[in-house]
Design a protein around this ligand. Structure first.
Ligand code: BDR
Ligand code: CA
Length: 311
Protein backbone atom coordinates (compact mmCIF):
# COMPACT_ATOMS: atom_id res chain seq x y z
CA UNK A 1 0.00 0.00 0.00
CA UNK A 2 1.28 3.46 -0.89
CA UNK A 3 0.94 5.34 2.35
CA UNK A 4 0.06 9.02 2.40
CA UNK A 5 2.93 10.98 3.93
CA UNK A 6 1.81 13.64 6.35
CA UNK A 7 3.17 16.16 8.81
CA UNK A 8 0.76 16.56 11.70
CA UNK A 9 0.88 20.18 12.87
CA UNK A 10 -0.98 20.36 16.16
CA UNK A 11 -1.68 22.04 19.51
CA UNK A 12 -2.79 19.13 21.71
CA UNK A 13 -5.58 19.68 23.02
CA UNK A 14 -8.27 17.05 23.60
CA UNK A 15 -9.59 16.75 20.06
CA UNK A 16 -6.02 16.91 18.70
CA UNK A 17 -5.24 13.91 20.91
CA UNK A 18 -8.21 12.04 19.45
CA UNK A 19 -6.84 12.82 15.97
CA UNK A 20 -3.48 11.27 17.03
CA UNK A 21 -5.37 8.10 18.02
CA UNK A 22 -7.27 7.94 14.74
CA UNK A 23 -4.10 8.43 12.70
CA UNK A 24 -2.14 5.92 14.76
CA UNK A 25 -4.87 3.40 13.99
CA UNK A 26 -4.76 4.11 10.24
CA UNK A 27 -2.34 2.03 8.15
CA UNK A 28 -3.01 4.27 5.13
CA UNK A 29 -1.05 7.10 6.77
CA UNK A 30 2.65 7.59 7.34
CA UNK A 31 3.26 10.36 9.88
CA UNK A 32 6.66 11.79 8.97
CA UNK A 33 6.68 14.30 11.83
CA UNK A 34 4.52 15.86 14.48
CA UNK A 35 5.12 19.58 14.77
CA UNK A 36 3.71 21.35 17.78
CA UNK A 37 2.44 24.89 18.10
CA UNK A 38 0.89 27.17 20.70
CA UNK A 39 -2.92 27.11 20.66
CA UNK A 40 -5.06 25.22 23.11
CA UNK A 41 -2.37 25.88 25.71
CA UNK A 42 1.26 27.03 25.66
CA UNK A 43 3.63 25.37 23.22
CA UNK A 44 5.57 23.77 26.07
CA UNK A 45 2.48 22.12 27.52
CA UNK A 46 1.31 21.15 24.02
CA UNK A 47 4.73 19.60 23.29
CA UNK A 48 4.64 17.52 26.47
CA UNK A 49 1.10 16.43 25.63
CA UNK A 50 2.22 15.43 22.14
CA UNK A 51 4.96 13.20 23.58
CA UNK A 52 2.55 11.61 26.05
CA UNK A 53 -0.17 10.94 23.50
CA UNK A 54 2.33 9.61 20.96
CA UNK A 55 3.53 7.20 23.59
CA UNK A 56 -0.02 6.19 24.47
CA UNK A 57 -0.78 5.22 20.88
CA UNK A 58 2.67 3.85 20.10
CA UNK A 59 3.77 6.53 17.63
CA UNK A 60 7.26 6.10 19.01
CA UNK A 61 9.36 6.46 15.86
CA UNK A 62 7.93 9.76 14.71
CA UNK A 63 9.99 12.92 15.30
CA UNK A 64 8.07 15.35 17.48
CA UNK A 65 9.26 18.94 17.26
CA UNK A 66 8.54 22.02 19.32
CA UNK A 67 7.34 24.90 17.19
CA UNK A 68 6.17 28.48 17.53
CA UNK A 69 5.48 29.76 21.02
CA UNK A 70 3.45 32.73 19.82
CA UNK A 71 1.46 33.96 16.83
CA UNK A 72 3.05 36.00 14.00
CA UNK A 73 1.47 39.31 15.05
CA UNK A 74 -1.19 38.88 17.74
CA UNK A 75 -0.59 38.18 21.39
CA UNK A 76 -0.85 34.61 22.62
CA UNK A 77 -4.26 33.06 23.40
CA UNK A 78 -4.84 29.80 25.27
CA UNK A 79 -8.09 27.87 25.80
CA UNK A 80 -7.67 26.25 29.17
CA UNK A 81 -11.39 26.51 29.99
CA UNK A 82 -12.00 24.30 26.94
CA UNK A 83 -9.16 21.79 27.31
CA UNK A 84 -8.13 22.10 30.99
CA UNK A 85 -5.02 23.61 32.58
CA UNK A 86 -2.74 20.98 31.10
CA UNK A 87 -4.64 20.76 27.80
CA UNK A 88 -6.00 17.20 28.13
CA UNK A 89 -9.02 17.63 30.37
CA UNK A 90 -9.19 15.16 33.27
CA UNK A 91 -6.70 12.79 31.62
CA UNK A 92 -3.45 12.15 33.44
CA UNK A 93 -0.77 10.38 31.40
CA UNK A 94 2.61 9.05 32.57
CA UNK A 95 5.68 11.29 32.27
CA UNK A 96 6.92 10.75 28.71
CA UNK A 97 10.04 8.72 27.98
CA UNK A 98 10.05 10.06 24.41
CA UNK A 99 12.12 13.19 23.78
CA UNK A 100 11.53 16.13 21.48
CA UNK A 101 13.42 16.20 18.18
CA UNK A 102 16.60 18.29 18.11
CA UNK A 103 15.29 20.10 15.01
CA UNK A 104 12.67 22.76 15.64
CA UNK A 105 9.31 22.42 13.86
CA UNK A 106 9.90 24.95 11.09
CA UNK A 107 13.22 23.35 10.14
CA UNK A 108 11.65 19.89 10.14
CA UNK A 109 8.80 21.02 7.88
CA UNK A 110 11.22 22.60 5.40
CA UNK A 111 13.54 19.56 5.38
CA UNK A 112 10.77 17.00 4.97
CA UNK A 113 9.08 18.90 2.15
CA UNK A 114 12.42 19.01 0.28
CA UNK A 115 13.06 15.35 1.07
CA UNK A 116 9.68 14.23 -0.35
CA UNK A 117 8.84 16.77 -3.07
CA UNK A 118 5.17 16.64 -4.08
CA UNK A 119 4.36 14.03 -1.43
CA UNK A 120 3.76 15.76 1.88
CA UNK A 121 0.31 16.67 3.16
CA UNK A 122 0.33 19.16 6.01
CA UNK A 123 -2.54 18.26 8.32
CA UNK A 124 -2.90 21.45 10.36
CA UNK A 125 -5.18 21.09 13.38
CA UNK A 126 -3.97 24.08 15.35
CA UNK A 127 -3.06 27.69 14.56
CA UNK A 128 -0.95 27.67 11.37
CA UNK A 129 2.05 29.61 12.71
CA UNK A 130 4.60 26.84 12.03
CA UNK A 131 3.64 26.40 8.39
CA UNK A 132 3.44 30.16 7.79
CA UNK A 133 6.94 30.58 9.26
CA UNK A 134 8.24 27.74 7.08
CA UNK A 135 6.78 29.38 3.96
CA UNK A 136 8.16 32.79 4.92
CA UNK A 137 11.62 31.34 5.61
CA UNK A 138 11.78 29.13 2.51
CA UNK A 139 9.17 30.01 -0.13
CA UNK A 140 10.65 27.32 -2.40
CA UNK A 141 8.67 24.73 -0.38
CA UNK A 142 5.34 26.06 -1.68
CA UNK A 143 5.24 24.18 -5.01
CA UNK A 144 6.70 21.09 -3.34
CA UNK A 145 3.88 20.64 -0.80
CA UNK A 146 1.25 18.16 -2.00
CA UNK A 147 -1.54 19.87 -0.09
CA UNK A 148 -2.73 21.37 3.17
CA UNK A 149 -5.76 20.07 5.06
CA UNK A 150 -6.70 22.52 7.75
CA UNK A 151 -9.24 22.31 10.55
CA UNK A 152 -10.17 25.91 10.90
CA UNK A 153 -12.48 28.77 10.12
CA UNK A 154 -16.20 28.96 9.86
CA UNK A 155 -18.34 29.88 6.88
CA UNK A 156 -21.97 30.04 8.09
CA UNK A 157 -21.73 28.48 11.56
CA UNK A 158 -21.30 30.67 14.65
CA UNK A 159 -17.75 31.26 15.82
CA UNK A 160 -16.34 29.49 18.86
CA UNK A 161 -13.67 32.12 19.65
CA UNK A 162 -15.60 35.30 18.82
CA UNK A 163 -19.18 35.50 17.52
CA UNK A 164 -17.80 35.09 14.01
CA UNK A 165 -14.40 33.41 14.23
CA UNK A 166 -13.08 29.94 14.82
CA UNK A 167 -10.41 29.30 17.47
CA UNK A 168 -7.44 28.10 15.33
CA UNK A 169 -7.76 31.01 12.92
CA UNK A 170 -8.45 33.42 15.80
CA UNK A 171 -5.16 32.40 17.47
CA UNK A 172 -3.14 33.37 14.42
CA UNK A 173 -5.15 34.94 11.60
CA UNK A 174 -1.98 36.31 9.96
CA UNK A 175 -0.54 32.80 9.68
CA UNK A 176 -3.78 31.55 8.14
CA UNK A 177 -3.60 34.44 5.68
CA UNK A 178 -0.03 33.58 4.66
CA UNK A 179 -0.92 29.94 4.04
CA UNK A 180 -4.23 30.40 2.24
CA UNK A 181 -2.71 33.00 -0.09
CA UNK A 182 0.37 30.89 -0.86
CA UNK A 183 -1.26 28.99 -3.72
CA UNK A 184 -1.01 25.51 -2.16
CA UNK A 185 -3.86 23.04 -2.81
CA UNK A 186 -5.93 23.73 0.28
CA UNK A 187 -8.80 21.90 1.98
CA UNK A 188 -10.61 23.73 4.75
CA UNK A 189 -12.58 21.82 7.37
CA UNK A 190 -14.57 24.51 9.17
CA UNK A 191 -16.90 24.53 12.16
CA UNK A 192 -19.83 24.16 9.73
CA UNK A 193 -18.99 20.45 9.57
CA UNK A 194 -16.95 19.82 12.72
CA UNK A 195 -19.61 21.16 15.10
CA UNK A 196 -22.01 18.62 13.63
CA UNK A 197 -19.72 15.85 14.87
CA UNK A 198 -20.69 15.65 18.51
CA UNK A 199 -19.12 12.83 20.45
CA UNK A 200 -21.67 11.90 23.12
CA UNK A 201 -21.96 9.46 25.96
CA UNK A 202 -23.63 6.97 23.58
CA UNK A 203 -20.45 7.04 21.47
CA UNK A 204 -18.20 6.69 24.53
CA UNK A 205 -20.17 3.57 25.47
CA UNK A 206 -19.02 2.03 22.17
CA UNK A 207 -15.29 2.68 22.76
CA UNK A 208 -13.66 -0.67 23.48
CA UNK A 209 -10.01 -0.08 22.57
CA UNK A 210 -7.88 -3.14 23.24
CA UNK A 211 -5.52 -1.08 25.38
CA UNK A 212 -7.50 -0.04 28.49
CA UNK A 213 -5.28 3.05 28.85
CA UNK A 214 -6.59 4.32 25.50
CA UNK A 215 -10.20 3.88 26.56
CA UNK A 216 -9.52 5.59 29.89
CA UNK A 217 -7.78 8.47 28.13
CA UNK A 218 -10.72 9.02 25.78
CA UNK A 219 -13.15 8.85 28.69
CA UNK A 220 -11.21 11.22 30.97
CA UNK A 221 -10.41 13.77 28.29
CA UNK A 222 -13.82 13.90 26.61
CA UNK A 223 -15.67 14.10 29.95
CA UNK A 224 -13.97 17.45 30.59
CA UNK A 225 -14.59 18.56 27.00
CA UNK A 226 -18.29 17.62 27.28
CA UNK A 227 -18.63 19.61 30.49
CA UNK A 228 -17.17 22.64 28.69
CA UNK A 229 -19.59 22.29 25.77
CA UNK A 230 -22.50 21.90 28.16
CA UNK A 231 -21.59 24.84 30.39
CA UNK A 232 -20.45 27.37 27.75
CA UNK A 233 -22.37 26.36 24.64
CA UNK A 234 -25.37 24.31 25.86
CA UNK A 235 -24.29 21.49 23.59
CA UNK A 236 -24.81 17.84 24.49
CA UNK A 237 -21.52 16.12 23.68
CA UNK A 238 -18.21 17.52 22.45
CA UNK A 239 -17.26 18.57 18.94
CA UNK A 240 -14.42 16.35 17.72
CA UNK A 241 -13.17 18.87 15.18
CA UNK A 242 -9.62 17.64 14.57
CA UNK A 243 -10.40 13.93 14.08
CA UNK A 244 -12.80 14.86 11.27
CA UNK A 245 -9.99 16.65 9.40
CA UNK A 246 -7.75 13.61 9.98
CA UNK A 247 -10.45 11.21 8.79
CA UNK A 248 -10.78 13.07 5.49
CA UNK A 249 -7.23 12.03 4.57
CA UNK A 250 -8.48 8.46 4.50
CA UNK A 251 -12.18 8.87 3.66
CA UNK A 252 -12.57 12.17 1.79
CA UNK A 253 -16.17 11.34 0.88
CA UNK A 254 -17.39 11.67 4.47
CA UNK A 255 -18.05 15.29 3.52
CA UNK A 256 -19.30 17.29 0.55
CA UNK A 257 -17.03 20.08 -0.64
CA UNK A 258 -17.60 23.43 -2.32
CA UNK A 259 -14.78 25.34 -4.04
CA UNK A 260 -14.58 28.86 -2.65
CA UNK A 261 -12.27 31.83 -2.57
CA UNK A 262 -11.74 32.16 1.18
CA UNK A 263 -10.36 35.22 2.94
CA UNK A 264 -9.64 36.09 6.55
CA UNK A 265 -10.26 39.38 8.31
CA UNK A 266 -7.03 40.65 9.89
CA UNK A 267 -8.41 43.79 11.54
CA UNK A 268 -11.62 44.74 13.27
CA UNK A 269 -13.12 45.20 16.69
CA UNK A 270 -15.61 42.32 16.52
CA UNK A 271 -14.83 40.35 13.40
CA UNK A 272 -11.09 39.81 13.59
CA UNK A 273 -10.18 36.34 12.23
CA UNK A 274 -13.56 35.88 10.57
CA UNK A 275 -13.23 33.68 7.49
CA UNK A 276 -15.49 34.40 4.51
CA UNK A 277 -16.28 32.36 1.42
CA UNK A 278 -17.04 34.31 -1.74
CA UNK A 279 -20.20 32.41 -2.59
CA UNK A 280 -21.37 34.63 -5.47
CA UNK A 281 -17.82 35.32 -6.75
CA UNK A 282 -18.22 39.01 -5.90
CA UNK A 283 -14.43 39.32 -5.69
CA UNK A 284 -14.00 37.83 -9.17
CA UNK A 285 -11.20 35.57 -7.89
CA UNK A 286 -10.61 31.90 -8.59
CA UNK A 287 -11.33 29.54 -5.68
CA UNK A 288 -8.34 29.03 -3.38
CA UNK A 289 -9.82 26.24 -1.30
CA UNK A 290 -12.04 23.23 -1.23
CA UNK A 291 -14.31 23.73 1.77
CA UNK A 292 -16.07 20.88 3.58
CA UNK A 293 -19.68 22.07 3.92
CA UNK A 294 -21.73 18.97 4.70
CA UNK A 295 -20.83 15.86 6.67
CA UNK A 296 -22.21 12.36 7.10
CA UNK A 297 -22.01 12.50 10.89
CA UNK A 298 -22.81 8.92 11.82
CA UNK A 299 -20.53 7.50 9.10
CA UNK A 300 -17.71 9.58 10.56
CA UNK A 301 -18.51 8.55 14.14
CA UNK A 302 -18.62 4.88 13.11
CA UNK A 303 -15.29 5.25 11.34
CA UNK A 304 -13.69 7.00 14.33
CA UNK A 305 -14.92 4.41 16.83
CA UNK A 306 -14.04 1.46 14.60
CA UNK A 307 -10.46 2.73 14.21
CA UNK A 308 -9.72 3.66 17.82
CA UNK A 309 -11.15 0.32 18.93
CA UNK A 310 -8.26 -1.37 17.12
CA UNK A 311 -5.68 0.34 19.35
C1 BDR B 1 -10.17 23.98 17.05
O1 BDR B 1 -9.70 24.78 18.13
C2 BDR B 1 -9.14 23.96 19.12
O2 BDR B 1 -9.62 24.29 20.38
C3 BDR B 1 -9.43 22.54 18.75
O3 BDR B 1 -8.35 21.71 19.11
C4 BDR B 1 -9.64 22.58 17.27
O4 BDR B 1 -8.44 22.41 16.56
C5 BDR B 1 -11.68 24.08 16.97
O5 BDR B 1 -12.07 25.39 16.78
CA1 CA C 1 -6.42 21.63 17.67
Amino acid sequence: MNKRRIILDTDPGIDDALAFLLLAASPEISIEAITVTHGNTTVDKCAKNALQIAELCNLVNVPIARGASEPLVKTLSVAEETHGDGGLGYAVLPEPALKLSASPAVELIINLVHKYPGEITLLCIGPMTNLALAILRDPSIVPLIKDVVSMGGTIHAPGNATPSSEYNVFCDPHAFDVVIRAGITFTLVPLDVTYECLFQKRHMDRIQSKNPAVRKFIDDSTRFYMEFHDEYQSIDGCAINDPLAAALLIKPDLVEYVDYHVTVELKGDHNVAKTSADHFKAMGKAPNSKVAMKVDVEAFMDFFIERVNTL
